[in-house]
Design a protein around this ligand. Sequence first.
Ligand code: SAM
Length: 251
Amino acid sequence: MNALYIVATPIGNLEDISKRALDVLQKADIIAAEDTRHSARLCQYFNISTPLTPYHDHSNEQQTQRLIERLAQGQNVALISDAGTPLISDPGYRLVKTARDAGYKVIPIPGACALVAALSASGLPSDRFSFEGFLPAKTGARAAKLDALAKDPRTLIFYESPHRIEDSIRAMGDAFGALREVVLAREISKTFETFIASTFAELETIFATDANQLKGEMVVMVHGYLEPQSDTPGISADAEKIMTVLLAELP
Ligand code: SAM
């Protein structure tokens, strides 16, 4: 039976693609890609000659329907995004939902995903976590979202871009407390891969002294909220907020 294949591609190092993914991409009748020019380079690198067609979630309904028609004709369709696993902060939801609702087989081809790679090497609790994707761009909406997460006991994972990282880290420090543990994973699987484990206060200092730490692709992971223990010394979120204000006043 033919299917819609959801194929993970590398997030940096091109060797991070499975043999099965290459096989599916080679044998598919069409590859639906977020950015066909970007994906053409990947296909060229692996000698994959399957035709590419654009697909993104903002695309009109026609694009989804054209791919569904191909499934109806018995063809195999592969969906890829620019990097990592499709649908994870990337296009594909509408296509997968429509294909499933219409009774077609949807098969994932697992592989790289920045949030999983980052969490697996972060040293933060990984038994429970919440992936929050990108924070809202507007200051008020971002603060509201962070405030709603401040007492979440799970590890929190965010995607972020270089031009917003400083503002986001400052806003997170305000919402979660300057002393909350944070891990910044940058450029995973690439030449300048870096993991920084620190507090929000320390991370702001690192940014101020080393602009390189603001560059590239990054995942921000935050330790979940810990209830202050009455029998052990702990710092409440309120106390942390006071510390944040005091730290900002220090020369
Ligand atoms: N679908 C992708 C996945 O499976 O991870 C995510 C796509 S999303 C549009 C792009 C974001 O993922 C980047 O802004 C960054 O936050 C994160 N990311 C992607 N590649 C990364 C890498 N090599 N190192 C760190 N973060 C990365």
